[in-house]
Design a protein around this ligand. Structure first.
Ligand SMILES: NC(=O)C1=CN([C@@H]2O[C@H](COP(=O)(O)OP(=O)(O)OC[C@H]3O[C@@H](n4cnc5c(N)ncnc54)[C@H](O)[C@@H]3O)[C@@H](O)[C@H]2O)C=CC1
Ligand SMILES: CC(=O)C(=O)O
Ligand SMILES: [Mg+2]
Length: 533
């Protein structure tokens, strides 16, 4: 029974109670709270009391509620989770469960219904570092977007936090910390744990798609490689982010080239930050250049990467494995460490930040980009918003409104010299709900690179005429279900082309019928009648 009806058995509803009034009442209560974290706690409580009403409100108020349930506020919720914790939600699997992980997973309440798990080990939550067992809200937030954005049934979602310990001393010292009080294990012990976990997941949840989220960079690459051909799994930070930024970049490059008259194949991209997200996006952007007819080697030559030590060159000693692919072999001279010097050397058309380095795109940096480009592409993609490489109003002011902008976390529109500019949000939330839905409906055995790429192209093509006229590079969030349906459709067709699908029925459907079916499959919060005794 819904909570509301259970409560009825003891306490009667007031004489004048309507669902419509109650929706307004909940919005009023939400809006009466000033601090974003208080709003998060309120919404979390509402979800516990009446999940259908919670999702109904979310669907009707995406622009207002997504920044609370997801970035930036979910970051604050994670940091403080041990202190704001109210009730069990999601599934913790701890290193102490090693040897009996199957039994732990079997305690989940909705096994036959389960379709999508978001799994984090809490080791790199957004740009906030190792939050240990406090990382669970990121899995919950991502799954709320699956539910609202792609119409996955709430009972089909499984939020998981792997508690392997934490290296963050303040949590180990915190008496209220909800995780185990160990430092993280070495690679061998973690591999054994992950192998047992993934095998147990397949046994207990045979129909599940696993989304890896916010693993620290080395482990993000390692476990994607280790499991992608064995299980139905993808990594959101590497593949989801790559896909969403390819999409935004396609639209941004078209706007920029229209202003400069330069061919699309002439773009040059500078990545500031070379972790799982930076390198994941850089690899995905190779296909932007190959789509323009460049060879894979020419495509690679259009991308430069920078980390905390400066421009990444192949001659640097002790270079981490994931940085080698884009390390430059054509730079000779002293190490370039200053971003403005790097910009003046590379002459990029686009500067993408995935560095967690707040305000790294200073006025000097932004103006250097504006000096060499009619319309510079600047994407500060680090989350949450307080780690953004540049704030929107500064990017607009310093480029006199010329910038083509997308950020990882949301910004409000900005008015400059009487013109109002709308920012884009380059966040994987535009991709993973539709990618997951497509993989689930097609019963894809694996999530292939081509499925990820098709998701990206579908998103890039989803702009309406009105959105194009407003020079947006991502569609408006209020259309997320429509967009997720288009993304899912493209993913299903690609799974079929690669013979990865196990749902042969979808192959028989013409395009418009398949798209309609995807829409039909989306869950809607049911209206629960108010009992009158
Ligand atoms: N917009 C989106 O959809 C997504 C955004 N992100 C964000 O990307 C950021 C990075 O994530 P990861 O790659 O996983 O982290 P990471 O910690 O593995 O990588 C950070 C990179 O930035 C570099 N860096 C750090 N400080 C720097 C500085 N001062 N100057 C130059 N480089 C510096 C580091 O050397 C490293 O290469 C996070 O804030 C995360 O929230 C991640 C996934 C999706
Ligand atoms: C958006 C996201 O996945 C991140 O910042 O890690
Ligand atoms: Mg992430």
């Amino acid at each position: 029974l819904p909570h509301r009806l259970l409560a009825m058995a003891i306490n009667r509803f007031p004489p004048h109670f309507t669902t419509a009034d109650h929706r307004d009442r909940c919005l009023e209560q939400l809006r009466s709270k000033c601090a974003p974290l208080e709003k998060y706690i309120y919404l979390n409580g509402l979800k516990g009391r009446d999940a259908n009403l919670f999702y109904d409100l979310l669907l009707g108020n995406m622009k207002e509620m997504v920044p609370i349930l997801y970035t930036p506020t979910v970051g604050e919720a994670c940091i403080n989770y041990s202190h704001i914790w109210r009730r069990p939600e999601g599934l913790y699997v701890s290193i102490e469960d090693k040897g009996r992980i199957r039994d732990v997973l079997s305690t989940w309440s909705n096994i036959p219904d389960s379709r999508i798990a978001v799994v984090t080990d809490g080791s790199r939550i957004l740009g906030l570092g190792d939050l240990g067992a406090n990382g669970l809200p990121i899995s919950i937030g991502k799954l709320d977007l699956y539910i609202a954005g792609a119409g996955i049934k709430p009972s089909s979602t499984v939020p998981i936090c792997l508690d392997l310990g934490t290296n963050t001393q303040r949590y180990l010292d915190d008496p209220l910390y909800i995780g185990i009080r160990n430092r993280r294990p070495g690679p061998e012990q973690m591999n054994e744990f992950m192998d047992e976990f993934m095998e147990a997941m397949k046994e207990v949840f045979p129909n599940l798609l696993v989304q890896f989220e916010d693993f620290s960079t080395d482990n993000a690459f390692k476990y994607l490689d280790r499991y992608r051909d064995k299980y139905r799994v993808f990594n959101d930070d590497i593949q989801g982010t790559g896909s969403v930024i390819l999409s935004g970049f396609i639209n941004a490059a078209n706007l920029s080239s229209a202003a400069s008259g330069k061919p699309l194949g002439d773009h040059r991209i500078l990545f500031f930050g070379a972790g799982s997200a930076g390198i994941g996006v850089a690899k995905q952007l190779l296909s932007f250049f190959t789509m323009q007819g460049l060879s894979p080697e020419e495509a690679r030559s259009r991308i430069w990467t920078v980390d905390s030590k400066g421009l990444i060159t192949a001659d640097r000693k002790g270079l981490q494995e994931h940085k080698k692919f884009f390390a430059r072999t054509d730079y000779e001279g002293h190490a370039l460490t200053h971003l403005v010097d790097i910009i003046n050397y590379v002459k990029p058309t686009a500067l993408l930040g995935l560095s967690t380095s707040k305000n790294a795109f200073t006025e000097e940096v932004v103006k250097a980009m504006a000096n060499i480009n009619e319309r510079p592409i600047i994407f500060p993609l680090s989350n949450p918003v307080h780690l953004s490489e540049v704030d929107y109003h500064n990017a607009i002011e310093w480029t006199d409104g010329k910038v083509i902008f997308a950020s990882g976390s949301p910004y409000f529109p900005v008015t400059h010299k009487d013109v109002t500019y709308e920012p884009g949000q380059g966040n994987n939330m535009y991709i993973f709900p539709g990618l997951g839905l497509g993989a689930i409906l097609s019963k894809a055995r694996h999530v292939s690179d081509a499925m990820v790429e098709q998701a990206s192209i579908a998103l890039a093509s989803s702009l309406t005429e009105e959105e194009k006229a407003a020079q947006l590079i991502y569609p408006r969030l209020t259309r997320i279900r429509d967009i997720s349906a288009q993304v899912a459709f493209a993913v299903i067709r690609q799974a079929q082309r690669e013979d990865l699908d196990m749902n042969g029925y979808l192959r028989t459907l013409p395009d418009d019928t398949l798209l309609a079916l995807v829409h039909d499959k989306m869950w809607q919060p049911p209206a629960v009648p108010i009992p009158r005794l």
